[in-house]
Design a protein around this ligand. Sequence first.
Ligand SMILES: [Fe+2]
Ligand SMILES: [Fe+2]
Length: 274
Amino acid sequence: MAEGPEEREAALVERIARGEVIERAEDMTEGYRTNLIHLMTMQADSELAGAFGYVPWIMKAPNTSEMLAVAQITKDEVRHARVMYTLLRELGVDVEARVQAFDFAHRVEEEDLGTRRAGDDARVNIFYYPIRSWADFILFNVLMDRGAGFQLQDVEFSSYGPWRRAMQGIMKEETMHIAHGDAWLKRWGQDEAHHDEVQEALDRWYPRVMNIFGRPNSPRNAVYRRYGLKRRDNDEVRRAFAAEVAEVCRAAGLVPPPWQPDWERVPDDAWIAG
Ligand SMILES: [Fe+2]
Ligand SMILES: [Fe+2]
């Protein structure tokens, strides 16, 4: 007798629990495929929206060396998007139609979106906020590249082989974006002329980034963990991130604002990005 969907599902979960890596679409169940595509689409759309948010700063960077640095970071993000869309295409997603369908340059004027998305693409909602100043650009590198990096650490051990291998290259570049932000944070944090501006940007971006990690004990996170697509609870990732940010800020003479979790305002699902 042929294996039914429940047996197939149980067999897949068991293979994953043993540490086996899934390489081919034929080996996936519908549940696995749907969740994998969901996570990878959020990453792909965030990478592209992130790149487009950086584009104006190639022109507005404070000097030619920084123009080159921003151009390089922008190119990295477009590359990450391209890598992720290629993986999605291999799973049957019509990625060119998707990219044409949405305005990845769209940004909002609102100060606080809460858990809302401001469009129908799947980007993490922090990518709907505009980068309005060089201090914002710095904080984006320090907080968002770092936050994405913390979330994506799990992907380097994920059960889907192609994604896992793609992440190794992406993470190397994200590490450079974070280092770029940290160097500027230190420079401006310790400079009287810029200290208050960079503290103000930190106060604004910090609560937004803390919301991207999702709620503790989320049912979706349990599904991702069962499929080997994540390894840690959302809140565990958030706490590790917050501890590192506190350290980086202290070294720059800055203080992250107090953050009280209001779980109603945090999406259930951890939002992944780069
Ligand atoms: Fe990045
Ligand atoms: Fe990225």
